[in-house]
Design a protein around this ligand. Structure first.
Ligand SMILES: C[S@@+](CC[C@H](N)C(=O)[O-])C[C@H]1O[C@@H](n2cnc3c(N)ncnc32)[C@H](O)[C@@H]1O
Length: 219
């Protein structure tokens, strides 16, 4: 899969790409390309934003700048889905993540300032994505959230010590919440691990975990 990110701060993605799970799939199952809008700006001094028509606070990411960047990279409109991050978009959930993982390529558009010129959302993006009902200062964290959530679903992303199978919201748990985990010590400050987990009875343990998952999901 190829993911192209357009941003004003490509270096912000350094940390994420050095860590598992992304580091495990980079250059293999995942080709990640980072593009700086500023580099493709047709305006003097790499200008990328401007004051909003009608007045108001803040600056707006210009449509001609984003179009120039997409044209330069794709030679026109990209064939893949183009996700623009905006607080009012479709809220990201595991269902949407699975939908995105099935795509051969994605383009992620982040913005800063007051957001995108509306024509970017209308004509250049295919999807408006929100990572939650709150306002961040830019689209880099949302882009990283998508990168991480999608990247960890790619083959080879998770090591043998992690499993993507029975995670919260997975198909295996029918979209439910994961059961609780415990490790050593079996008792700490009087807080005991449930006896069933120490029983060695795998069928009982599996039943207990299913029941816990159902109860948490219901809650
Ligand atoms: C300061 S925000 C702009 C907020 C915008 N003026 C509004 O009221 O909806 C700047 C940029 O951060 C990104 N952003 C902020 N919060 C987000 C969220 N919850 N989900 C996705 N993107 C977000 C978007 O790219 C947005 O254009």
């Amino acid at each position: 899969m190829q993911i192209d990110v357009f941003t004003l701060v490509p270096h912000a993605f350094g940390w994420l790409t050095e860590q598992r799970p992304l580091a495990a799939v980079l250059g293999d199952e995942l080709v990640l390309r980072l593009f700086n809008y500023r580099q493709y700006s047709p305006l003097r001094a790499g200008q990328v934003d401007d004051e909003p028509y009608g007045g108001g606070a803040g600056m707006v990411l210009r449509v001609d700048v984003v179009a120039a960047a997409l044209d330069a990279v794709y030679g026109g409109a990209p064939e893949q889905r183009v996700l623009a991050f905006t607080p009012g978009g479709r809220q990201l959930d595991q269902e949407l993540v699975e939908e995105l993982v099935a795509e051969p390529a994605l383009t992620l558009l982040s913005s800063r300032f007051e957001g995108f010129d509306e024509r970017i959302l209308e004509h250049l993006a295919t999807d408006r994505i929100s990572i939650g009902p709150y306002v961040l200062s830019g689209g880099e964290l949302p882009a990283m959230v998508v990168l991480d959530a999608v990247g960890r679903r790619l083959p080879g992303a998770l090591g043998s010590e992690e499993s993507g199978l029975e995670e919260s919201f997975s198909a295996e748990l029918q979209g439910g919440i994961e059961y609780p985990h415990y490790t050593r010590p079996a008792e700490f400050r009087g807080w005991r691990v449930p006896d069933v987990l120490l029983s060695g009875d795998h069928a009982r343990i599996a039943g207990w975990r299913r029941a816990q998952s159902r109860a948490r999901t219901a809650l």
